[in-house]
Ligand binder design. Structure first.
Ligand code: PLP
Length: 455
């Protein structure tokens, strides 16, 4: 197979790096279990599940193809605009059965950003129906990523992604995230401080003007930022006190990433609305959804009210049929159970990397982990030049050589992140962490840091 690597524009990439053969683009053409193979037949362990999507890995293609064939020959496409089709209706019902009690309405989309924007519109409908149209502001957290289409971008808390594109579509107040490693406070003290900051932000904005709070159960950008104890319970009570809708963005955390159908269950969150995508189909087809509680959805069923939102491909029958089979596979093949059973082992393996002087922190939950890079001491962060050299200069090549797909990121501080397919066994998890050790040790040498510190 031959193709010119210069015609496609890569997302969130320095396209110039690959232009006219400047450097060789990694082109992946085949998958098997937790592995992907490039066009030269080299095998990589997919330690990132293709950007947090490939929950069940790559070996269900034939089964999914049969599901797709069946659906396509019966009904290739129809919309959810005023009509419906069995696949999407069945999926909505199945989701209502497996999701936490009360989250029993589903609005289908084609992906994460669309889910986030649809959630915002559904929340606005709720407030408008209650005579509170003045609730036009959102609260999100710093460094959090909620998508980059123009509505979702307002909620995203990474300034560099926003500045070139003008004023945000949604007025959003960003508050601190739950970075425990970089906080002087810990545990319940940290929770109290974060919740006080949130209350202050709401007071300043005017509580009657705030429509929603959106947060991930474990925040991806910044490096798997887990919440301190009682944090989500606190969000719930603040939202209730001020009539604000609480939205959990589970585009990454949903569908097993934290060992539960929803990450919310794991962290004690009781959201009114949940956004999902990626793992809903394990990416065998592109699909997202907004899961809405009966209370928030109620006004949408009022006589004469129209839901002023729609997406042509939202709930596509092919995607819905694949999502249904994905959920069936989760249950049949014990996918959630696999994450729960192996999380402890993965944690131990990753904790073992702390002997490398470049490893300042290891954090995460389920199959969703980050290692934060430091210069030998926790308080010595990598500066911009070091991040450039290590994360963008060294890591892509080193990861490739170590045959590992993982994510080097510095939207917050410098981290190396993994999110293995949820079907990975102990041997695969060990292979991932071994490869991380090789890459991290090399990064340490690049920064002039010595050998592993003695235990
Ligand atoms: N929300 C979260 C938490 C995400 O991680 C992402 C993407 O990674 C999105 C929203 C946007 O999803 P998409 O890229 O499918 O539009």
């Amino acid at each position: 197979m031959s193709f010119d690597q210069g015609c496609a524009l890569l997302h969130f990439s320095r396209n110039g790096a690959f232009h006219e053969g400047a450097s060789r683009l990694l082109v992946l053409e085949r998958g098997e279990g937790p592995y992907v193979f490039d066009t030269d037949g080299r095998r990589y362990v997919d330690g990132l599940s293709s950007l947090f999507c490939a929950q069940i890995g790559y070996s269900y293609g034939e089964e999914m193809a049969a599901v797709a064939g069946e659906q396509l020959s019966r009904l290739a496409f129809n919309t959810m605009w005023g009509t419906a089709h069995p696949a999407a209706l069945e999926l909505a019902q199945r989701l209502a059965e497996i999701m936490p009690a009360g989250l029993n309405r589903a609005f289908f989309t084609s992906g994460g950003s669309e889910s986030v924007e649809a959630a915002w519109k559904i929340v606005r409908h709720y407030h408008l129906a209650n005579g509170e149209g003045q609730r036009t502001k959102a609260i999100a957290r710093r460094i959090a990523y909620h998508g980059v289409t123009l509505g979702a971008l307002s909620l995203t808390g990474v300034p560099g992604y926003k500045e070139p594109f003008g004023p945000p579509a949604i007025e959003t107040i960003h508050v601190s995230n739950t970075n425990q490693f970089r906080s002087k406070l810990q545990g319940e003290q940290l929770t109290r401080a974060l919740l006080e900051e949130l209350e202050d932000a709401i007071d300043q904005a005017g509580p009657e003007t705030v429509a929603m709070i959106i947060a991930e159960p474990v925040q991806n950008a910044g490096g798997c930022l887990t919440p301190p104890p009682g944090y989500w319970e606190g969000l719930r009570s603040i939202a209730d006190r001020h009539g604000i809708v609480l939205v959990a963005d589970e585009v990454i955390c949903g569908f097993g990433r934290l060992g539960e159908w929803l990450g919310s269950t794991r962290v004690g969150a009781q959201p009114d609305v949940v956004t999902v995508a990626k793992g809903l189909t394990s990416a065998y087809a592109p699909m997202g959804a907004v899961l809405v509680s009966e209370r928030i959805a109620a006004p949408l069923y009022e006589e004469g009210r129209t839901l002023l939102h729609g997406i042509t491909f939202g709930g596509h029958p092919l995607c819905a049929a694949i999502a249904l089979r994905n959920l069936e596979i989760f249950e049949r093949d014990g996918v959630l159970e696999n994450v729960r059973a192996r999380e402890g082992h993965l944690r131990e393996l990753l904790e073992g990397l702390r002997d490398l002087p470049i490893v300042g922190d290891v954090r995460g939950a389920g199959f969703f982990w980050a290692v934060e890079l430091v210069k030998g001491e926790p308080e010595r962060r990598l500066d911009a030049d070091e991040r450039e050299r290590v994360l963008r200069g060294y890591m892509p090549g080193a990861l490739r050589e170590a045959r590992l797909i993982a994510r080097a990121d510095d939207r917050g501080d410098a981290v190396l992140q993994i999110a293995p397919p949820l079907i990975a066994d102990d041997a695969v998890l060990e292979e991932i962490v071994e490869a991380m050790r090789i890459v991290l040790a090399g990064a340490g040498r690049l920064l002039g840091l010595g050998s592993p510190v003695a235990a």
